[in-house]
Design a protein around this ligand. Sequence first.
Ligand SMILES: *Cc1c(COP(=O)(O)O)cnc(C)c1O
Length: 470
Amino acid sequence: MARAKLAGLPQAATTHTRGTAEYRALDAAHHLHPFSDMGTLNQIGSRVIVKANGVYLWDSDGNRIIDGMAGLWCVNVGYGRQELADAAYRQMRELSYYNTFFKTTHPPVIELSALLADLAPEPFNHFFYCNSGSEGNDTVLRIVHRYWATQGRPDKKYVISRRNAYHGSTIAGATLGGMDYMHEQMPAKVDHIVHIGQPYFYGEAPADMTPEAFGLARARELEAKILELGAENVAAFIGEPFQGAGGVIFPPSSYWPEIERICRKYDVLLVADEVIGGFGRTGEWFAHRYFGVSPDLMTLAKGLTSGYVPMGAVAIHDRIARALIDNGEFNHGLTYSGHPVAAAVAIANLKLLRDEGIVERVRHEAGPYFQRCLREAFDGHPIVGEVVGAGLVAGLQLAEDPRARKRFADGAEVGLLCRDFCFNGNLIMRATGDRMVLSPPLVVTHDEIDEIVAKAKTAIDATAKQLGLP
Ligand SMILES: *Cc1c(COP(=O)(O)O)cnc(C)c1O
């Protein structure tokens, strides 16, 4: 294939310099997008995002778009914060890179670790760094196996996850995840990972079951699986406190306490994948607090740096950290573990979340307002079955017959239809199957929430109309 011509790039290419058509042609010629059907996408052409500030994005045609997804659930402090840019700039000039492998460390990673210990719940005082949520979950597996080896119980190998979970897209992350469409394209998966059902009441509960009974039933699938495998062979259970990519699924309140009881009973580590839930999304610093559960490990990424630079981490309970520290070398690490620039940006980001009271505001003000507006707009809507969420994250179930919990037929692609209406209305709202999800930057104002909800309403009304539903 012919190489697309690079027309004279200006010296300081700090802003966009080409027109939309030219960008699209180069993109189609050279860029493979994640999770995309490139044949189709290259025919339509991608939207080129050139600028962002606060909760708004601008495309190369000058359209202003409100970002109801905080990028990919990550831009918690909003776009364009000077404090984060300054932190990166200062750190790059001072110490752009050094590793932490060979008896060395550096101030940013030290300060970040101390700050995280301060912000995280009591038993979390140690942190291992990586570059993404996927690598965080790979690291979780390494820690879990190492931990049980140090306890003289190397047979504890099985990790139990859930169908429709999302834990990333490395081989380990995708194996842990419960997405069939990802598994289908993986001839080999990581061994000793198995799945149980998800606590998705609207979509999967029998008609006559209460949410509480359903939550208990799904949690007890964990117990059944542990007994089937033998508790002596089970190392850990992993779950997102609420499923994000799976459609913002909030489990019934009976679910997490029962999961925790079962994990304790059979001496199985409990891992909370907090990649989306962490750093304020629900109005708590960590989403497991919202559900009242106490994990042994937490996977962190996304909101850790508000997406300004890549960084992930695993928060390690004192008990497990002790075992790792007291038992010789842990044979795991990444060139960029604790990267100084990422660490400096993370510190600046966490300080904004803390010192500007952003998390507090999600909990007491913006979150309740957002949830109330969504419910007012969509309760009783002809194609909305439920609105769930807390803080600044929400899922809207599209349904053919909302009251009967009758979903649209598989392949109806109602979510994608709705997403396209949003996109054309300059709102970013994501579709996962037949659930529409929102997760705006945590700094979103009431006026901006009004705009998001009004645009979502317009899009969902248009979807209903197109489907010929009243
Ligand atoms: C996004 C996500 C991941 C993967 O993070 P990457 O940075 O994309 O590797 C893992 N777990 C959860 C819950 C996520 O939402």
